[in-house]
Design a protein around this ligand. Sequence first.
Ligand SMILES: Cc1cc2nc3c(=O)[nH]c(=O)nc-3n(C[C@H](O)[C@H](O)[C@H](O)COP(=O)(O)OP(=O)(O)OC[C@H]3O[C@@H](n4cnc5c(N)ncnc54)[C@H](O)[C@@H]3O)c2cc1C
Length: 350
Amino acid sequence: MITTDILIIGAGPTGLFAVFEAGLLKLKCHIIDALPQPGGQLTELYPKKPIFDIPGFPSINAGALVDNLMEQIKQFQPGFTLGETAQTLKKLEDGTFEVITNKGTVHHAKAVAIAGGLGTFEPRKPALDNLADYEENGVEYFIKEPEHFRNKKVVIAGGGDSALDWSIFLTDIASDVTLIHRRNEFRGALDSVEKVQALKDQGKIHMVTPAEVRGLKGDGKLTAITVEKDGEIYDLETDYFIPLFGLTPKLGDIANWGLEIEKNAIVVNNALDYQTNIPGVYAIGDVNTYPGKLKLILCGFHEATLMCQSVYNMLNPGKKFVLKYTTVSGIDGFDGSRKEAEKAVVKKID
Ligand SMILES: Cc1cc2nc3c(=O)[nH]c(=O)nc-3n(C[C@H](O)[C@H](O)[C@H](O)COP(=O)(O)OP(=O)(O)OC[C@H]3O[C@@H](n4cnc5c(N)ncnc54)[C@H](O)[C@@H]3O)c2cc1C
């Protein structure tokens, strides 16, 4: 049996950063993730995509951000149960929790933080008769390794951030990038829409709107797609068709744990500490919902921080917690403490 202070379900950025914040409060963490590696959506869906809204990083690739988070939490030695899904949650008589995975691993914790993101990753697929024949033979739903598309003809379909971001990114890699969307307007960030428009004007992206993909052609391997635009139907040669229509969120077993759920997300008390309707069970990051919720990495970091403070207060009733900045308090085992910083300054002045 694995015993810890906070059991975190989900090793996405939110779950990983929670380990750091808990570590500052001397709380031990253990993380369970269904995937074989940490990083959540960043590793699974877009490891090579740059992210521009992480404070202090004008641009950082998703994979590098996960590497940095792993480096940052190493000092607190979290435990990992990877490749296993948290299946059952039971509150024990003494108020602690037991979580058992699909492989039977038993975890015991004083508090549980669900950082399950979107749950299991199920891409929304286009309704095309022979789609299954071409999956992994030219039809892809995720771009894990952009180099795979080097010097290839690529057609991306969709109108959201994923479709726009990947179309922009692949212009430097693929020999030909076409973006197809059923409307003339895109749902993604204005900045990305403007970049795509500029690339279209430079002839680097072919934009086909409003249009829909009606069929797939090839002989075992995809060679063309059938497109309908303005009532006209024609074939477009391509090596890859990448429909990026978003993911169907599936909470899976978590939905049966007696938590208050709204539109596939766990309702939390955001005025206080991101606790759910089960005291001692928190939900942080993309998995939760509250008025004004934003599914962003930095919001998950904030929620993880407040969750840890709440767990500390719950486990140390009556003990006054004094918030200190890490530059002042230092971090055990980490040479970023005030003394070390002062020594460095003195050295520089010398
Ligand atoms: C293409 C794309 C681009 C994006 N770009 C940006 C961006 O530029 N900036 C930004 O801030 N955000 C961006 N996002 C959103 C960002 O990725 C999410 O907000 C972030 O990943 C949420 O982190 P999380 O840790 O809450 O959840 P996730 O990253 O979804 O991680 C959740 C983890 O929980 C695991 N899990 C779920 N259920 C269980 C279970 N029962 N047992 C075990 N494990 C479980 C999953 O396997 C997963 O690994 C983007 C998203 C996409 C799809």
